[in-house]
Design a protein around this ligand. Structure first.
Ligand code: SF4
Length: 391
């Protein structure tokens, strides 16, 4: 028994039921489907490794306060029409359980979401109650990611921003038309975008307050990559989001119900790609996200095919480089940082190291570049280096 105390057996059983509800809501990493970032920790069904934006790897208790839900999101195996065991954990039990795991050094933070068991504010009240207990009664000062329920009031959002380290409203789809294909209960502008705007405003007023993230479900609404990329760029621009995450729409294996083969029945034909392709697509979206946030790329630098899809074969930076032969070769001894960052194989760290190293000594050999963290084989065709053919 992970929690090691009879008092917690009921809560442990509830957590086991709720674990299925959160297992694909990763919001933490750019991973292919079999990589460790998608898997639970070995010590419990609710403990997950997660990469924080600063690169640290932490273990989070990741669960729902409740998997009772009145909503009908077609991509979600826990929508109102599904026949499965439902339960709710009280704020007291959730806070106590978390602190027990925290004191045992099994988790360092909490990722808390919930099904919508009544209206948005009543649902938020349960989650906020948990975090309030953690902060006040238990004096927990560590990481808490709190999902904000679409349609929550400004008061509930203000409290979430005050209590949590990070808050998020899942946008799910890139526009109102696409969201309409997924649910009849969530309104794109009134419930989701408005909550994001409120978070952004409250953060602005409070200065050092919780950071905001969001997440798309990829491939469930027949949306194109182009729609997701444009919406992502707008979210960064309008609401100063810290990160946007992408979660490939996939099949779910429910522990008490077996594999649900009908889950994808309503998927639009156009969006049906093989299971592997959907993960490559998710990976490409993460690559675009990095280009937008850290490489100085703009939305116009991202190329799509005539159907609005990113290339599955080449990463988006390589696609840009191949479309701009006039930009190359780049001289690593003279180029500006933004020029170095356009070279496939050179990332932000490699670019910084090149700029620092060349102040001391001209970079002349492939080995010198390799030592600076440049992916030599990829960069070779795009760099000019004292007449040498690289690698
Ligand atoms: S609101 Fe939608 S996504 Fe969230 S638990 Fe309910 S059905 Fe699932």
């Amino acid at each position: 028994m992970l929690l090691g105390d009879n008092r917690y057996v009921d809560t442990e059983q509830k957590l086991n039921i709720l674990a299925d509800s959160s297992k694909f809501d990763l919001a933490c990493a750019c991973k292919f489907k079999d990589e460790p970032g998608r898997m639970r920790g070995g010590e419990g069904r609710w403990i997950y490794p997660a990469a924080l934006p600063d690169g640290r790897k932490v273990f989070l208790l990741k669960t729902l306060q409740s998997n009772v839900c009145v909503n009908d999101c077609s991509y979600c195996p826990f929508n109102q029409s599904r026949d499965l065991r439902r339960c709710t954990i009280s704020p007291d039990d959730m806070a106590e359980t978390f602190m027990k795991l925290y004191r045992a050094n099994r988790v360092s933070g909490l990722f808390l979401s919930s099904g919508v068991h009544s209206n948005a504010d009543q649902t938020m009240a349960g989650m906020l109650g948990t975090v309030e207990l953690l902060r006040k009664r238990h004096q927990f000062k560590g990481f808490v990611h709190l999902k904000v329920i679409p349609g929550a009031s400004a008061g509930a959002i203000e409290q979430a921003v005050r209590l949590a380290t990070r808050v998020s409203v899942n946008i799910e789809a890139p526009n109102a038309d696409r969201l309409e294909k997924l649910t009849s209960k969530k309104r794109f502008h009134q419930d989701i975008i408005s909550a994001m705007r409120t978070i952004s405003e409250v953060r602005g007023e409070r200065g050092k307050a919780a950071k905001q993230t969001s997440q798309f479900v990829v491939g469930a609404a027949g949306e194109t990559d182009k729609e997701i990329v444009l919406a992502t760029d707008l979210l960064y621009e309008k609401f100063r989001l810290e990160r946007v995450y992408f979660s490939a729409y996939q099949n779910f294996e429910l522990s008490d119900g077996g594999l649900d083969k009908n889950l994808f029945a309503e998927m639009p034909t156009k969006s049906k790609r093989s299971a592997d392709e959907i993960f490559v697509r998710e990976h490409r979206l993460y690559q675009v996200d990095f280009l937008l946030r850290r490489y100085g790329f703009g939305r116009d630098d991202i190329y799509f095919d005539k159907n609005g899809r990113l290339s599955l074969e080449n990463d988006p930076k390589m696609v840009w480089a191949k479309k701009h032969p006039e930009f190359f070769p780049v001289d690593p001894n003279r180029a500006e940082r933004f020029e170095l960052l356009r070279v496939p194989g050179i990332g932000p760290i490699g670019a910084s190291r090149i700029i620092k190293a060349r102040r001391v000594k001209k970079i002349q050999t492939p080995d010198e570049l390799r030592q600076l963290g440049v992916r030599g084989k990829t960069a070779a065709g795009f760099l000019k280096l004292a007449g040498l053919k690289l690698f």
